[in-house]
Design a protein around this ligand. Structure first.
Ligand SMILES: [Zn+2]
Length: 152
């Protein structure tokens, strides 16, 4: 029985505690504050499960790490009914050997974007109802981080 004085049916809604998305990003501390701003801009703050793993999307192309990262999506979907996955790779990522490992910023971008696309394909192959959004966070001077969406 509903009791309007106590807020009625809102309890049921709270108990299901669904959220919109899972966000996977690198552990790198330099992303820190910018991640929060990004989530706010995307209206994901408080509405997303957050997974932090070194190299972010790189974990999907690593056979040892893939089951672990895929499992997080599976759990998030099962428990919180997510409909979207945000994958965020970043420049100068230590898990990729850092910026200096690449001959150019274009070469680095291509590798980061390539892994993001591969990861997105793997996720949608397993969970056809999830929509995957890929982003690259550019670590720039003065602690500034610029977010760029990678096209499908
Ligand atoms: Zn990183």
């Amino acid at each position: 029985m509903r009791n309007p004085a106590k807020g009625g049916g809102s309890l049921l809604t709270n108990m299901s505690h669904h959220c919109r998305a899972l966000v996977l990003h690198c552990i790198d501390f330099r992303l820190g504050k910018s991640i929060k701003n990004f989530l706010q801009e995307q209206e994901l703050l408080g509405d997303a499960d957050l997974v932090s793993l070194a190299g972010a999307a790189k974990n999907f192309v690593d056979p040892l790490a893939e089951p672990l990262v895929m499992r997080q999506i599976e759990i998030s979907k099962k428990l919180h009914g997510i409909r979207e996955v945000y994958l965020i790779n970043h420049t100068d990522c230590g898990a990729y050997g850092g910026r200096d490992k690449f001959a150019s910023t274009t070469a680095e971008h291509n590798v980061l974007a390539g892994d993001l696309r591969t990861a997105a394909e793997m996720i949608t192959a397993k969970f056809s109802d999830l929509s995957v959004k890929c982003w690259i966070a550019h670590i720039e001077g003065g602690g500034h981080v610029r977010y760029e969406q990678v096209s499908e």
